[in-house]
Design a protein around this ligand. Sequence first.
Ligand SMILES: Nc1ncnc2c1ncn2[C@@H]1O[C@H](COP(=O)(O)OP(=O)(O)OP(=O)(O)O)[C@@H](O)[C@H]1O
Length: 449
Amino acid sequence: MSSNKYKKSYTLSLPKFESVFFRAAELRPWVRILSLFALVTVWIGLQTLKTIRRALSWPEFYQNYSELSLQAEEITIDQRDGFPQYLIYYCVTMYLGLTTFTHISHLIKLVITVTITTIWCILSNVPMRAVFEWYDFWAYGSRQPIGHRVYLSVVMITISAAAITVNRQLELTSRRLFIWKKAVEEQKEKVADMRRKNEALVYNILPPHVAKHFLGRRKNDEELYSKSYNAVGVLFAAMPNFSDFYTEESVNNQGLECLRFLNEVISDYDALLEQQRFKDIIKIKTIGSTYMAASGLNNEESTKPNIPVKEKWRHLADLTEFALTLKETLNNINRESFNNFVLRMGINQGPITAGVIGARKPHYDMWGNTVNVASRMESTGKAGCIQVVEATANILREFGYLLDQRGLVTVKGKGKLMTYYLVGKKPEKSSLEDENFLPGIVPDIGSVQ
Ligand SMILES: Nc1ncnc2c1ncn2[C@@H]1O[C@H](COP(=O)(O)OP(=O)(O)OP(=O)(O)O)[C@@H](O)[C@H]1O
């Protein structure tokens, strides 16, 4: 016998109707309430019918023993079963049944409880008064000053008062729980919202791979985060004539208008990074009007050894493309705002160390000779040009970029470096056209001014 067959023959399963019912009761509160209500109603209904039938037969029963010469032994079991004090149990069951309906208002329960108690008191003191008196006489052998009739009415009033109090208390508790639950849900929603905003902020401040590290690390872990890379591209793009433009005068609202303009420019640069072609480029920061970006920080491919130059430095070509697009963007802004800002850019490539400074106010930055030289390429360059050192020029040539030798430039701490200006890119056409390509007809992008 296969294990499945074995399982099937020994698994206890409910008949279809029951399983459907229990599943519905588990999932839907109204099924639970309705079935409980039906159960209690049927039970109380049956008991009430039984009681009414008994109550109707009591006068006859009482008549037969009206001489009050009754001996206990003469009462049959059936008659004992109909002793009037038993009626109280049905009413108490009703009170208990009502208490279980937590979804019904306590005011409705109060009305039902008071009605039952009133009916009980009227019944036991008016139409059934003689029955109770007979019972007291039979049980105690003499007429009692306070018989079962009064005693049970007091008991009923006390129990119903207790039931009303319990119902009210239950409703108060469940209302309080409901409000707490709502408040907790709201708090949870707020916390989730704050978490989303914090995450968005962290992702804005830090590069995605660093943000992931920071969000995933343990609380109170304030250890320095740093990582070394051996093939990163660094770009500095400055607007040297922005400082001439920036003045703190009342005509431009104490410099606010200048900052508003700079904000627009930087925002347009940032927007470029959302393009898929610039996915390997990360903005590092702005230093005044200088925009600093890097490439290859989240590119694991470029770190592999012995990979072809074109694969290793693909991100550097993207960074160069980004630099050219920055220039184009600024030209568009100039056209719209009747300004004449120019970018002076420097690109360099090589190893760097990147990390996050500050645990509470984290700032992602990078250090190393590669960064220093990139900055120097910008600061010693010419407005409107992208200056690079020889090694960068050689890599960019592989990607079809055209570079013009500038000559030896004195770089602080490095001595004299041979530098180049990027003048354009060979159009990506057929190889035949490529061979006939003359630098003189290079498109205008990045031309030396
Ligand atoms: N992470 C960085 N962010 C911004 N600029 C940087 C960064 N690292 C280096 N630089 C800049 O690169 C340039 C070269 O740095 P280097 O350490 O070689 O010289 P320095 O003596 O510190 O610079 P300076 O003479 O300009 O003060 C400096 O102007 C420096 O501001």
